[in-house]
Design a protein around this ligand. Structure first.
Ligand code: AVJ
Ligand code: FE
Length: 443
């Protein structure tokens, strides 16, 4: 028994070390890609300077893994306040006396060395926070979430391209049905078993969902351009009141990063301008734009429960899977995750990731706006800190699901929940549509 537990703990420590290293390689690549001047500059009021994200990653790691889990002395006790996201809004961060790029790099390295020592000595159990490596998994996810945020900052910066990646796979040419019918009935939403699931994904609970239809693939640029060409941005019928007000104030006419070039649209991605690719999922649209498109199309956004049922429900067993394809961790066969590519793949490009009911690309490519506000599930309990989720619960945030090409596998699963304001467009967000299905239609 003890020997088995030791083997189990060894395996866990190895996998923790791998995900921590993977996150750090990405953070280093994203911050080494530009010069120091670029690291300390603010590329958009919506974002922190990259050097803030870097030191904040180290500071969270220090707070939870060095001090709390490890019970060690602080590496630096004088900078917590600077890197507390609740003390300083993003727009004010460039003016703070932040660590310089060299200091930030030294800081995260020093913290990591201590953490690897804490890890080597951790029993991976005993206290709830280290049960099955939770705190380490939480910090790897935190770093990867900031890496995705830094990738969004890269997308907002101007200048010559500095990031590079091979193109994603192309679809095989199989024709897919436009939509999939998901049978009504109960399913298990959320999880109590996933060791690294964050507090807002818990606990597992039964939810009844009426029969509905959901798009087989995310809405493409080509489909979205038909909405634009039909005057969708100029017709208040399709927009809810707050969306129409925002469309007027922000003068929305197209997704973020699109520009008119003669009579076609081009878009700039990580410094490269190209014609808008018709078969890729649309990305960089706000919730209000997604909502207006859906209404124009005679459809609606899926609720969060509908999205999760489409992604996880296995009608053969009645069970909810970890991922659409099953319980195995994502690989490049399943989904476009982890910044392996710098764009979403064309729709139909991941047949290996299809759900039991036949829905494609739920994981990876683009975050998908749902129609739902961000709330705690029945029985929610904040863990390990209220500021991860609970302080954001309420009607002002909309839930996004599924992860993007810029989301690492450690921070993505069938239960994972993201949220943002309905006006936000700098995140890698698209959507798919759903509709109610009448009883006589579903037989
Ligand atoms: C879950 C992506 C909304 O970036 O604000 C990072 C993740 N929480 N540091 C965010 C997060 C604390 C969070 N999102
Ligand atoms: Fe953070």
């Amino acid at each position: 028994m003890t020997v088995e537990l030791d083997v189990e703990a060894d395996r866990l420590r190895d996998s923790v070390e791998r995900v921590l290293r993977r996150a750090r390689e990405r953070s280093v690549a994203l911050t080494d890609a530009v010069d120091d001047d670029d690291l300390v500059r603010q590329h958009s009021k919506l974002m922190s300077p990259l050097v803030w994200d870097l030191a904040h990653i180290g500071n969270q790691e220090e707070l939870w893994l060095v001090r709390d889990v490890g019970g060690r002395e602080p590496v630096r006790c004088d900078i917590d306040e600077l890197y507390d996201a609740f003390q300083h809004p993003r727009a004010s961060r460039p003016a703070l006396p932040l660590l310089s790029p060299a200091e930030a790099r030294g800081y995260v390295r020093e913290v990591r060395e201590k953490v690897l020592d804490v890890l080597a000595n951790s029993r991976m159990g005993g206290r709830r926070i280290v049960e099955r490596g939770f705190a380490f998994g939480m910090i790897a996810q935190h770093e990867q979430q900031h890496d995705e945020t830094m990738l969004a900052t890269h997308q907002l910066r101007t200048g010559a391209p500095v990031l590079d990646a091979p193109p994603p796979p192309k679809p095989g040419g199989t024709r897919l049905p436009a939509e999939v019918i998901v049978p009504g009935g109960p399913f298990t939403m959320g999880t109590s078993a996933e060791p690294w699931a964050l507090d807002n994904e818990r606990p597992a609970h039964q939810v009844h969902v009426d029969t509905f239809a959901i798009d087989t693939v995310p809405v493409t640029n080509g489909a979205y351009q038909r909405f634009m060409a039909a005057g969708g941005y100029d017709d208040p019928r399709w927009w809810r009141e707050a969306g129409w007000a925002h469309r007027n104030e922000a003068k929305l006419v197209a997704p973020r990063f699109w520009e008119r070039d003669g009579d076609t649209w081009v878009r700039t991605r990580f410094g490269v301008t190209e014609p808008v690719p018709a078969n890729e999922p649309v990305v960089h649209v706000s919730w209000y734009e997604a909502d207006a498109y859906a209404r124009w199309a005679g459809r609606r956004l899926p609720t969060e429960a509908e999205w999760e049922k489409a992604a996880r429900f296995d009608p053969a067993t009645g069970r909810s899977r970890r991922f659409p394809w099953g319980d195995d961790e994502p690989t490049p066969v399943h989904a476009n995750l982890g910044q392996r590519h710098l764009r979403p793949a064309e729709v139909g490009a991941y047949p290996g990731g299809v759900s039991p009911l036949g829905v494609h690309q739920l994981i990876g490519d683009v975050w998908e706006w749902t129609g739902s506000d961000f709330h705690g599930y029945p029985g929610f309990a904040p863990f390990p800190y209220r500021e991860y989720s609970e302080v954001f619960f309420g009607p002002e945030y909309k839930v996004l699901r599924g992860g993007s090409f810029g989301t690492d596998a450690v921070a993505c699963r069938g239960t994972f929940r993201n949220w943002d304001y309905p006006i936000r467009r700098q995140i890698f967000a698209g959507f798919r549509c759903a509709r109610d299905v009448r009883r006589d239609e579903s037989g």
